[in-house]
Unconditional design. Structure first.
Length: 153
């Protein structure tokens, strides 16, 4: 039985939303997935507070969500390349994807109730993908920017 590209992307979204325990713990929901951009969202909850005096988002949560967004868009791009050539290699390709390096610039405190992360690929080769990510609150304020490098081959 073959799977369409749309079904594959839907399966990956489901996997990220329902089968990665840490994503569930943080409350990450994958909203949009394409080879151009990935959009994630999550809501503030008491377990995500880093500064209890001000009630702001923990910096580790910020970097986690940026990493998940960057990794997912890198993965989608890598899988899309494999899907076009040999779909039977998709699971093998997914198992090899991992973060090599990531930089996060914290632009302002993580105030907000709802947060959205977006990620785009800025370069994708046979072995390495580089992504750019951003995290904003519900007012559209940029909380953080990130750049990450992922092993994809």
């Amino acid at each position: 039985m073959s799977i369409t590209r749309a079904e594959l992307i839907e399966t990956i979204m489901y996997y990220f939303n329902e089968h990665i325990p840490f994503n569930k713990l943080v409350g990450i929901v994958v909203d949009e997935v394409s080879t151009e951009e990935v959009v994630l969202r999550f809501s503030m909850k008491p377990e995500l507070v880093g500064n209890t005096f001000k009630g702001i988002l923990h910096g580790g949560v910020t970097s986690t969500v940026l990493d998940v967004a960057g990794g997912l868009v890198a993965m989608i791009n890598a899988i899309d390349r494999v899907f076009q050539s040999d779909p039977s290699l998709i699971q093998e390709k997914m198992s090899k994807i991992g973060t090599i390096d990531m930089r996060v610039d914290y632009l302002r405190p993580g105030y907000g109730n709802e947060f959205t992360a977006r990620a785009k690929v800025i370069r994708h080769g046979k072995k390495i993908a580089v992504t750019r990510m951003e995290l904003r609150n519900e007012q559209g304020e940029e909380i953080a920017l990130g750049t990450a490098t992922y092993l994809v081959g």
